[in-house]
Design a protein around this ligand. Structure first.
Ligand SMILES: NC(=O)C1=CN([C@@H]2O[C@H](COP(=O)(O)OP(=O)(O)OC[C@H]3O[C@@H](n4cnc5c(N)ncnc54)[C@H](OP(=O)(O)O)[C@@H]3O)[C@@H](O)[C@H]2O)C=CC1
Ligand SMILES: O=C(O)C1=N[C@H](C(=O)O)C[C@H](O)C1
Length: 254
């Protein structure tokens, strides 16, 4: 039942009728070295992929993505996951499941766009040199989660870099505020979410010192921006048994 990646991996897409799923189906269909063998959406049975697919791409909804991954592993299928909603506990459960399954790989990435992956890296690199850092993410109004998975990962990366550098809390004299005016606080980093018709996926990280500011911005104007990263992950996941979190590990960035 274990999926052995063939020269022309057989690819299934979960959430195939969604904005990302439909774009991934087109990209896989157009890739000469990949075969699109299944388009699954709500109410379709993941177990039916056993023996039919080598790798599945999940762009569904946060409430079902972890269950999908466990069902894919039960079916012997590698998984590439772009859906948001993953926390440390969910990742640990998948890692534990993978430890009992030789040879299968799962790659979860909050963002598959190169500009976003680099922005997260640049923000983490810069964080130790600035007193203040905040994250503003801006998305289309059909997005169901806030803040974005990318903003969460960005904030956690900034917080970890500040911790490693021995930096304390950021300056903030706010005593009174309307609920939410200072955004969500992720590991001590304020994160603000904008939902605006016309947008796709955007993020700005602002870092401040006395008399200066660094702005790091990434813009996905089109969902095509995610496709090179998704296809790279589809091609590589079978060669990376176990759990990989973040596309940066496939880009030689760490
Ligand atoms: N990592 C990355 O680079 C990116 C990640 N994302 C993330 O991907 C996810 C999907 O985004 P997007 O495509 O815009 O969302 P959409 O709502 O357009 O698509 C989600 C699709 O999943 C379907 N679905 C719901 N439940 C299930 C299920 N149990 N099994 C299979 N399919 C199901 C939905 O069906 P129905 O509509 O009938 O409920 C819908 O067709 C989000 O979490 C988003 O944040 C988005 C862009 C890039
Ligand atoms: O829902 C989206 O559109 C996106 N979701 C991901 C996230 O929450 O970070 C990635 C990208 O921002 C687009």
């Amino acid at each position: 039942m274990l999926a052995r990646m063939t020269d022309f991996p057989r690819v299934a897409v979960l959430g195939a009728d969604g904005r990302m799923g439909a774009t991934v189906c087109r990209a896989v269909d157009n890739a000469p070295d990949l075969q699109l063998v299944a388009r699954l959406d709500k109410d379709d049975d993941v177990a039916s992929l056993a023996g039919r697919a080598d790798v599945a791409v999940d762009f569904t909804v946060p409430s079902v993505t972890e269950a999908n991954v466990h069902a894919l592993l039960d079916a012997g299928v590698h998984a590439v996951v772009g859906t948001t909603g993953w926390d440390d506990a969910a990742l640990a459960r998948v890692e534990e499941r993978l430890a009992r399954t030789e040879g299968l790989g799962v790659l979860v990435a909050p963002n598959f766009a190169l500009s976003a992956v680099l922005a997260m890296q640049f923000a983490a690199t810069a964080a130790r040199y600035f007193e203040s850092a905040e994250v503003v993410e801006l998305h289309h109004p059909n997005k169901v989660d806030a803040p974005s998975g990318t903003a969460l990962a960005t904030a956690r990366g900034i917080a970890a870099a500040r911790r490693d550098a021995g930096l304390g809390e950021m300056p903030d004299a706010t005593e009174t505020q309307l609920d939410g005016a200072r955004g969500a606080v992720v590991d001590g980093v304020h994160v603000h979410a904008v939902r605006l018709r016309g947008l796709v996926a955007h993020e700005e990280v602002v870092l401040g010192n006395p008399g200066e500011q660094l702005t790091i911005r990434t813009d996905s104007f089109d969902r095509e921006s995610f496709m090179p990263g998704v296809l790279l992950a589809v091609r590589e996941v079978g060669r990376r048994p176990g759990l990989t979190v973040g596309l940066e590990h496939l880009l030689d960035l760490r």
